[in-house]
Write a protein that binds this ligand. Structure first.
Ligand code: NAD
Length: 498
C-alpha cells in the first residue's frame, strides 16, 4: 500500500529523514534535551520521524547567539537596502522550494496539499517580499521644541527592539513563522524562533532557506521542543527583549508571567470565537458558502474561524439547511488525495478534545444538525459539524473548540445581532453578510473585534493589521502596526549653539 511518504518529492523525503537539529549561531547543532518526540502524520497516525528536543542549555546558547549578533550590529546596522535584498532573497528561495515546503506542511500539519501549495507557501514568500519593502522606509520624525531661550531640534529614531523570541502554533507553522520573522528582521532584530513541537518540519526547512539567503550567523536561531521547557526558557530569559507569540490564551498567561522579570514587550495573537452575522438581505448562496469555508477550512483549526453563525430569523432554516448540505458533502481525506477538501485534526488528543466539546454541548441542550462524530479508521478525522443552540449557553457557543464545529443561532434585528455577536470573551474577528452598505458600516463600527469582514470571511492581507480585542490578544500583526511591534521609538533632543 502506498503511504503518504511515497507521494512526496526526494527533497521532502530528505528533509523528513534528516536528523532534526537546532539552528544556533549559523550552525545546526544536536539537542541536549530529554525524551525523543515523534512527528506524526495526522492523516494516517504514522510516525514520520522523531527528534530530541532542545534542552535549556541549547536555548541558552541560542539566546546568547542572538544577543551577540544583535549587540554586534551585524544585521541591524547593515544598510537598509541590503537587509531588503536578503529578505527578498528569502522570498525567492521559498518560491524555489515551494513544493517541498508545502509537502512538509501537509505531512505533519495535516493541511490538504492544494491549500499548502497554493496558500501557505506563497503567503510565506509574500510576507518576506512585503517586509523587504519596509526596510528602507523605517523613518522617524522631526520636531521643533518650544522651550523659551533655547534653540532645540528634536528627532525620533525607530530602532529594533532587540532580541525577539518568536513562538508559533501548529495550525499554520510556515506562515506563522514568516509573519513573525519577516517584520522582526526588517526592523533589524535578532531572533530565537520556536515552532510548535507538533509541527517542526517546515520551520526547519525555512531555517535552511534563511541560511542560504546569507543572513549573518546568529541573527536567526531556531530551537525545537515543548512550550513548557523551550518556550518557557525563551519567555523567562532577561536577554530576550520581546516575545511575539501566537497560540492559546492559556499559554499566553504563562508567557506573561514568565516575561515579568525584565518587563518584556509582548505581542499576543490568541484564540477566538468569531461571529458570522448573516442578514436576510445577504446574497444567501455566497453567505452560506462563506460561512462553510469560514468554519470548515483547515478543519476549523484557524484562529479567525467563524465558529458562531448568527442568522436572521426569517432565513434561519434556509441557512441551516444550506450549511448542513455543505457539511455533509465535504470530502474528508488524507492530505495528498486530490479529492480531499478537508483534512484531519492535528492529533488524537486534539480530536478527543473536539469530540468532548461537542458531546458536552449536546448534553447542555445544543442540537446536532450535521456531523458530530469522529471518523473510524486511520488518521484523526472529525466530521464537519453543525450544532444549533437557541439558548446560547453551550460549550460550543462559549469556548474555542478549534475544530470543524459551527454553532448556529437566530437573531431578530440589528441590536439583537450585536448583543449575540459580543457575547464572548474573545474579540479576534467577525464577518457581516448584507447587501445594505449602511448596515454593514453600522455593524462593523460596533463589533469589538480586531478585523471585520463584510461579505467575506477569513481573508488576510499583509498590509492590513490583524489582532485581538478582549482576550484575543495584545498588539497587531501585519502592516505598519505589525512592523512597529518590533521597533522602539527613541527621541533625540539636540541643542543648537549659534
Ligand atoms: P499553544 O498555546 O498550545 O501553543 C502555541 C505555542 O506556544 C507552541 O509553540 C507551544 O509549544 C508554545 N507554548 C505553550 N506553552 C508555553 C509556555 N508556557 N511558554 C512558552 N511557550 C509555550 O497553542 P496551539 O494549540 O499550538 O495553537 C492553537 C491556538 O493558537 C488556538 O487558541 C488558536 O486560536 C491560536 N492561534 C491564534 C492565531 C492568531 O493570529 N490570533 C493564529 C493561529 C492560532
Amino acid at each position: 500500500m502506498r503511504t503518504q511518504m511515497d507521494r512526496v518529492n526526494p527533497q521532502t523525503k530528505a528533509s523528513v529523514s534528516a536528523p532534526k537539529k537546532n539552528l544556533i549561531a549559523g550552525e545546526w547543532r544536536a539537542s541536549r534535551g530529554a525524551e525523543s518526540v515523534d512527528c506524526i502524520d495526522p492523516s494516517t497516525g504514522e510516525i514520520l520521524t522523531s527528534f530530541t528536543p532542545a534542552g535549556v542549555e541549547d536555548v541558552d546558547d541560542a539566546i546568547g547567539a542572538a544577543r551577540t549578533s544583535f549587540d554586534s550590529g551585524a544585521w541591524r546596522n547593515l544598510p537598509p537596502a541590503e537587509r531588503a535584498k536578503r529578505l527578498w532573497r528569502v522570498a525567492e528561495l521559498i518560491d524555489e522550494h515551494r513544493r517541498t515546503l508545502a509537502e512538509l506542511e501537509s505531512l505533519d500539519g495535516g493541511k490538504p496539499f492544494a491549500a499548502a501549495f497554493n496558500g501557505e507557501a506563497p503567503a510565506a514568500a509574500e510576507a518576506f517580499r512585503y517586509h523587504a519593502g519596509w526596510c528602507t522606509k523605517i523613518n522617524g520624525e522631526t520636531f521643533k521644541p518650544s522651550v523659551p531661550g533655547l534653540d532645540l531640534e528634536g528627532t525620533t529614531r525607530l530602532e529594533p527592539v532587540g532580541v525577539a523570541g518568536l513562538i508559533t502554533p501548529w495550525n499554520g507553522p510556515l506562515v506563522m513563522a514568516a509573519w513573525k520573522l519577516a517584520p522582526a528582521l526588517a526592523a533589524g532584530c535578532s531572533v530565537v524562533l520556536k515552532p510548535s513541537e507538533l509541527t517542526i518540519l517546515s520551520t526547519l526547512k525555512l531555517g535552511e532557506i534563511i541560511c542560504e539567503a546569507g543572513l549573518p550567523d546568529g541573527v536567526v536561531n531556531i530551537v525545537i521542543g515543548s512550550g513548557a521547557v523551550v518556550g518557557h526558557a525563551i519567555a523567562s530569559d532577561p536577554r530576550v527583549d520581546k516575545i511575539s507569540f501566537t497560540g492559546s490564551t492559556g499559554s499566553a498567561r504563562a508567557i506573561i508571567d514568565a516575561g515579568r522579570g525584565n518587563l518584556k514587550r509582548l505581542s499576543l495573537e490568541l484564540g477566538g470565537k468569531s461571529p458570522v452575522v448573516i442578514f436576510d438581505d445577504a446574497r444567501l448562496d455566497e453567505a452560506i458558502a462563506g460561512a462553510a469555508e469560514g468554519i470548515f477550512g483547515n478543519a476549523g483549526q484557524v484562529c479567525v474561524a467563524g465558529s458562531r453563525i448568527l442568522v436572521q430569523r426569517s432565513i434561519y432554516e434556509r441557512v441551516a439547511d444550506g450549511l448542513c448540505a455543505r457539511a455533509k458533502a465535504l470530502k474528508l481525506g488524507a492530505t495528498f488525495e486530490e479529492t480531499t477538501q478537508m483534512g484531519p485534526l492535528i492529533s488524537a488528543s486534539h480530536r478527543r478534545s473536539v469530540n468532548n466539546s461537542v458531546q458536552r454541548s449536546l448534553a447542555e441542550g445544543a442540537e446536532c444538525l450535521a456531523g458530530g462524530r469522529s471518523l473510524d479508521g486511520d488518521g484523526f478525522f472529525f466530521q464537519p459539524t453543525v450544532l444549533a443552540d437557541s439558548l446560547t449557553k453551550s460549550t460550543a457557543w462559549r469556548d474555542e473548540i478549534f475544530g470543524p464545529v459551527a454553532v448556529l443561532t437566530a437573531f431578530d434585528d440589528e441590536s439583537d445581532a450585536l448583543r449575540l455577536a459580543g457575547d464572548t470573551q474573545y474579540g479576534l474577528a467577525a464577518s457581516v453578510w448584507t447587501e445594505n452598505a449602511s448596515r454593514a458600516h453600522r455593524i462593523a463600527r460596533e463589533l469589538r473585534a480586531g478585523i471585520v469582514w463584510v461579505n467575506c470571511h477569513g481573508i488576510p492581507d499583509m498590509s492590513m493589521p490583524i489582532g485581538g480585542y478582549k482576550q484575543s490578544g495584545w498588539g497587531r500583526e501585519h502592516g505598519r502596526r505589525g512592523l512597529e511591534a518590533f521597533l522602539e521609538h527613541k527621541s533625540v533632543m539636540q541643542r543648537i549653539f549659534s
